[in-house]
Design a protein around this ligand. Structure first.
Ligand code: AMP
Ligand code: TRP
Length: 334
């Protein structure tokens, strides 16, 4: 039997090439060999305030982009997190089986506290428990994520082991994070030591999948590099150039060494042009599919069918968990 793999994306902004290289592109590959479950983590989005109209647009775009990059609803189960109510319910149960000390250590929350951000919501704090529920409710064996999410998958693993010991031996499948060697962290074009992220202040550091290709080319041409003037893979001393190499390799399905064969003699300007060509070609292909999908009206059908399939699986596990922890009263027919 195929192993089960699950992942979610939280489109609280537009998806960018970091999401594509670190997540989406891998899902497409994995769906051939695994039973793939992918969803849009819309509940996770609202842990920080979202403008309702903008959120709706981002969710639609995210689904359309999932399909545009090649996720196939006949091979993968694709749905919206909030359409499967069981996630939130198991999430609460898991909150009751995790500790303040654990959640205090979760970097996403910890970083925001350290930065002195005000009015953080309780949802942001318990976010990792909901994520653990997303994973455990489907009995996923593997969870492909970028390095930043590894800690959350490990929490899911810890809770699963804890509850298996406490309640029932094989209540939960123990999940493992799956992190790709290349591309699991794409860096900002403007600050190549920090992650390319939709929370980036400026727009120049990241390339959205729906960016105008001309604008994307400009962003690559303006990427921060160094004064060493040699194109080589050296993330320590040349983070900007190394990041561009990873982007070029990932988007053209080649290894960094293969790309280096083409580019190692180039000046930086020429090298950036080479990377920009690859990025633009990729964006054009994705955007053409994206427009076809939006116009086809297929999204509602995919989401409805996906949620039906997912709910069935989720409900079975939730019932079993509720039974194991003593929440359910045996019902008789009379
Ligand atoms: P997020 O955009 O934070 O919801 O992330 C969605 C998925 O994309 C997660 O698996 C992340 O780890 C991955 N991801 C986000 N940003 C990057 C990045 N800069 N490089 C690689 N993967 C990323
Ligand atoms: N927290 C993840 C992120 O920020 C999104 C996510 C939610 C997720 N639930 C998940 C990822 C379950 C993997 C598995 O990207």
């Amino acid at each position: 039997m195929k192993k089960r793999m699950l992942s979610g994306i939280k489109p609280s902004g537009q998806l960018h090439i970091g999401n594509y290289i670190g997540a989406l592109n891998n899902f497409v590959k994995y769906q051939e060999d695994y039973e793939m479950i992918v969803f849009i983590a819309n509940l996770h989005c609202i842990t920080i305030y979202q403008d309702p109209k903008e959120l709706q647009k981002n969710l639609t775009d995210a689904i359309a982009l999932y399909l545009a990059v090649g996720l196939d609803p006949n091979k993968s189960t694709i749905f919206l997190q909030s359409d499967v109510m069981e996630h939130a319910q198991l999430g609460f149960i898991l909150q009751c089986n995790s500790y303040l000390g654990e959640l205090n250590r979760m970097t996403q929350y910890k970083d925001k506290v350290a930065k002195g951000e005000q009015n953080l919501t309780v949802g942001l704090y318990t976010y990792p428990d909901l994520m653990a529920a997303d994973i455990l409710i489907y009995g996923a064996n593997y969870v492909p994520v970028g390095v930043d999410q590894k800690q959350h998958v490990e929490l899911a693993r810890d809770i699963a082991i804890r509850m298996n010991n406490k309640y029932e031996k094989e209540l939960f499948v123990i999940p493992a994070p799956l992190i790709e060697k290349v591309g699991s962290k794409i860096y900002s074009l403007q600050d190549p030591t920090s992650k390319m992220s939709k929370s980036d202040k400026g727009e120049k550091g990241l390339i959205y999948l729906l960016d105008d290709p001309k604008k994307a080319r400009k962003k690559i041409m303006g990427a921060v590099t160094d004064s060493i003037n040699k194109v080589q893979y050296d993330p320590q001393n040349q983070p900007g150039i190394s990041n561009l190499l990873v982007i070029a390799a990932s988007l053209s399905d080649r290894s960094i060494d293969e790309v280096l064969e083409d580019v190692q003699e180039m000046q930086y300007g020429q090298f950036k042009g080479y990377v920009a060509d690859i990025v633009v070609k990729k964006l054009e292909t994705i955007q053409q599919r994206y427009h076809e999908i939006i116009e086809s009206g297929i999204i509602t059908k995919v989401l409805t069918e996906g949620a039906q399939k997912a709910s069935k699986m989720a409900n079975q596990r939730l019932k079993r968990v509720q039974h194991a922890i003593g929440l359910e009263i045996e019902k008789t027919n009379d």
